[in-house]
Design a binder for this molecule. Structure first.
Ligand code: FEO
Length: 395
């Protein structure tokens, strides 16, 4: 039996995807993931909260059969993304009396993406409640964590907050509850970095809502759930804060080794100054590892050769990600080698306009670095040391 009881008449009925290794054809999932769904049996009505990724629809339906669920009155949809909503059509086919309960924005999305008929919906307002008899659901809109329609459900009698993606993690585990430790922390941080970081101001706002409710359980839609929510809330508070650490991230690519010579020298000099440094070879790096480092680092220095008159496409990819993920990074620079010219600096600068950063003078070198070029790299190290002296933590 793969369902788990959370409280009296509240069950986890989702599935574990042990083998998934890529999400959105972009995000690596080194530890798989779960698609959590929940069943709440009230004295009068029965609600299913979210569904699962469509390939697992039959597993979800089997879980419901195991719990002898003969009737579902409401399918609560917190989020239109298909890993949670994609099996709603199969659930409606098996439970034709069920209505989909969600907000107007999500209704519009579900109609377009899943072709669910208009008359299958009940549209709710922010903070509207729905009685299941002896259990009451309150819907709390939480837009942009991470789509415009995202919302939470608060189960008042049991003090459980269902947050869907928010506070989740891509971690396949048979544990219902998160066990505090490096594995859970890293998975949650990776998830925050990849999914939530671009919406940091709204994440901050929604964290306040969660803290105010003070739920005894935070039930997410991915990964283990939290029966000690303070753990994940404290971690998020640190990640969303404006504080940056005394760290430099160096995503780089090198074609014939000249840029690598510069990166190696630069990294060593930073280390000698007591700065934590993390170089990422862009030809082999894991996007999630890079995103995680971007959560806290004060500075990013991109290393790229010039090819076809501009930055290497791998460096373009890194710059695009940096701009899209919008970390709280405060300083950015560029180092690299060129053969005869090009517009590498201008093109990279034009790609990171969403970042609120100070650009430190780049070091672009013709061919291999010479004595004067090494002094320029020393100057960039000194610039970073000086900038970090003001307002970065060594935590
Ligand atoms: Fe887990 Fe945004 O879907």
């Amino acid at each position: 039996m793969s369902t788990k009881k959370i409280k009296e008449n509240v069950y986890a009925v989702g599935v574990i995807d042990w083998d998934r290794r890529l999400f959105d054809e972009l995000i690596p999932l080194p530890d798989g993931t779960t698609y959590n769904a929940y069943l709440i049996k009230g004295s009068e009505k029965i609600a299913l909260l979210d569904t699962v990724d469509p390939p697992f629809a039959s597993e979800l339906l089997n879980n419901l059969k195991e719990l002898k669920v003969e009737r579902i009155d409401y399918v609560i949809s917190h989020h239109g993304e298909q890993d949670h909503s994609g099996s709603i059509p199969e659930v409606l086919a098996s439970y034709p009396m069920a209505k989909v309960v969600t907000n107007q924005k999500n209704k519009d999305l579900l109609k377009e993406h899943l072709l669910i008929a208009d008359d299958k919906f009940i549209v709710v307002a922010d903070h509207e409640t729905l009685s299941l008899g002896d259990k009451t659901l309150e819907f709390i809109f939480a837009p942009w964590v991470h789509w415009p329609e995202t919302m939470f459900t608060y189960l008042k009698e049991d003090n459980i907050l269902f947050t869907c993606d928010f506070l989740g993690s891509h971690l396949a585990t048979s544990d219902l509850y998160a066990k505090e430790g490096p594995k859970v922390y890293a998975a949650a941080k990776r998830y925050y970095a990849e999914i939530m970081m671009p919406f940091r101001p709204l994440v901050t706002k929604h964290l306040e809502i969660v803290e105010k409710l003070n739920p005894s359980i935070v039930a997410t839609s991915h990964g283990p759930i939290y029966d000690q929510p303070k753990y994940i809330l404290a971690a998020y508070a640190e990640w969303v804060s404006d504080a940056v650490k005394n760290e430099v991230i160096v995503p780089y690519v090198s074609m014939h080794g000249s840029t690598k010579v510069m990166v190696d020298y630069f990294v060593e000099k930073l280390m000698a100054q007591g700065i934590k440094v993390k170089p990422f070879n862009l030809t082999t790096m894991d996007l999630g590892d890079l995103a995680m480092e971007l959560v806290d680092a004060a500075t990013v220095v991109l290393g790229t050769p010039t090819v076809l008159a501009g930055p290497h496409p791998k460096a373009v990819y890194a710059a695009y990600l940096l701009n899209a993920l919008r970390p709280k990074t405060k300083f950015v620079s560029l180092i690299g080698s060129f053969g005869w010219g090009g517009k590498t600096v201008e093109q990279i600068a034009g790609m990171i306009t969403a970042l609120k950063v100070e650009i430190l003078a780049p070091v672009m070198v013709k061919g291999l670095p010479k004595e004067a070029d090494y002094r320029e790299l020393d100057r960039l190290v000194e610039d970073i040391v000086e900038k970090h002296k003001k307002g970065v933590s060594n935590g």
